[in-house]
Design a protein around this ligand. Structure first.
Ligand code: PLP
Length: 453
């Protein structure tokens, strides 16, 4: 009988993270200060642990995973890779479908992979408190989990719309001992500023980041952590793609195409970068980031230097952006509501090495429900974006008769998102587009950088 769940032994958990920068055709564009000068790594140490800053700018291909972090990984890793036979049969496709299930972590998503690493490096740097932002709550719960495990205090600025839509995520963070605030708050200047403009502001990741950064910059004992976008976060996530390669090797298979949902790019990078090394060596493989049509950063955004947060506290990053003051509509895939994207993912898209597509909200839930019926696992709304793209590809294969091998990242389970499924089932979900005028207007809000933008 063919395997449905492709095994990997605990002893085979990778010992190193893979740094894609070593294999990129062009060096990554540097982060810039508002005056257009590159940001010195020491400046980043005001809010980040020194080891994480080193990783942010490292050009080493392999970076050793500390034993303590690998030990924590053993709690849920290796994550299972499945062959989705029942879905293939349901679709009647000649394609083979595999998915990597990152929803098996204690917090239910891939974010825990970076959270334990970030908490660890902060701990050994003598830091006592961590601040962060969270959208849908997956990152907040991951850092709450990791902080608790390593004895660090955690304060989470949670985007208000999610704070209200996902009370269970909030309780989860509180269970691990974290303090959770609905952002925008009145505690920071960034929050006050946003509330002055709109007292009923539903919040955004951009604003929540501003709040968490502002607090971390104001306290010696406190550092900031980010759940996506930055190079070191994508680096930690490469455990996903490496394990997947090992698992596929065991069954003698290799993907023709990989889909992953894209918010800030961490699970895209995590899954795809290890395969990109093969692509760089001449292997044919299509790597596709999938985003929402209502927040179409990679597919329609401007490639420009922009801030990572709404207030302009972060360095400028060259990336696809919808404008740092863009307030994405309140879609249920909260983890994909971000105006920008990883600089690495953006650059690789720009260079045609990664592809991107956008899918509308209702179609993603339709796909998520098909997947749940076939496989029993209920995907997070973010993950439903990759499921949609996978099903569409499998159906194209059915038409053409191609027996492609499709792989996707199931970045998380949807157990905390059942109210979103409830709305879908009640026919209450809407598709929101992103008007061209808004996109053009965003250009006027890009920061003016001497000699650059
Ligand atoms: C946060 C999140 C995403 C999007 O974030 P990336 O950094 O782009 O990976 C996707 N899926 C789930 C389940 C998430 O929690």
């Amino acid at each position: 009988m063919e395997n449905i769940k492709i095994p990997l032994d605990e002893s085979e958990i990778p010992t190193h993270w893979y740094n894609v920068i070593a294999d990129m055709p062009n060096p990554p564009a540097p982060y810039l200060a508002p005056d257009g000068q590159p940001v010195a790594p020491e400046m980043m140490e005001a809010i980040f642990a020194p080891e994480l800053v080193k990783q942010e700018v490292s050009t080493e291909r392999w970076i050793a995973i500390p034993d303590e972090v690998r030990e924590m990984y053993r709690l849920w890793r290796p994550a299972p890779l499945y062959r989705a036979k029942a879905l293939e049969e349901m679709l009647g496709t000649p394609a083979k479908i595999y998915f990597k299930h990152e929803g098996v972590s204690p917090t239910g998503s891939h974010k825990t992979n970076s959270a334990v690493a970030q908490a660890y490096y902060n701990k050994i740097a003598g830091i006592k408190r961590l601040t962060t932002e969270t959208g849908a709550g997956q990152w907040g719960s991951s850092i709450a989990f990791a902080g608790n495990k390593l004895g660090l205090e955690v304060r989470v600025y949670m985007v208000k719309v999610s704070y209200e839509q996902k009370p269970m995520r909030r309780s989860m963070m509180q269970t691990w001992g974290a303090e959770v605030l609905a952002s925008p708050t009145t505690l920071t200047q960034a929050g006050q500023h946003t509330l002055e403009k709109d007292p009923n502001c539903p919040g955004s990741l951009g604003t929540a980041i501003s709040e968490a950064v502002e607090e971390a910059a104001s306290r010696e004992d406190t550092n900031y952590t980010l759940g996506s976008v930055l190079n070191h976060v994508l680096l930690h996530q490469t455990i996903i793609g490496q394990e997947t390669k090992q698992q596929l090797e065991k069954v003698g298979d290799y993907p023709d195409v990989i889909f992953a949902p894209c918010g800030g790019g961490s699970n895209v990078g995590g899954m795809m970068f290890p395969f990109l090394a093969d692509k760089a060596a001449g292997k044919e493989i299509r790597l596709v980031a999938v985003e929402p049509t209502s927040c179409p950063t990679l597919t329609r955004g401007h490639y420009a230097y922009d801030y990572g947060d709404s207030e302009g506290l972060t360095p400028l990053m060259q990336m696809y952006t919808l404008g740092h003051d863009f307030m994405p509509p309140s879609i249920h895939a909260g983890g994909l509501r971000y105006h920008g994207d990883s600089a690495l993912v953006s650059q690789l898209c720009r260079e045609g090495i990664l592809d991107a597509i956008a899918v509308p909200q209702i179609a993603t839930f339709e796909a998520g429900i098909m997947f749940a019926k076939a496989m029993g696992i209920i995907p997070a709304p973010e993950s439903c974006h990759a499921v949609r793209a996978t099903i569409d590809e499998a159906l194209r294969c059915k038409e053409t008769g191609e027996a492609k091998t499709i792989l996707f990242t199931l970045s998380g389970h949807g157990h905390f998102d059942m109210s979103a499924y409830e709305k879908y089932l009640a026919g209450e979900l809407e598709d929101q587009s992103y008007p061209e005028e808004v996109l053009q207007d965003a250009l006027n809000h890009l920061p003016k950088v001497p000699g650059i933008n």
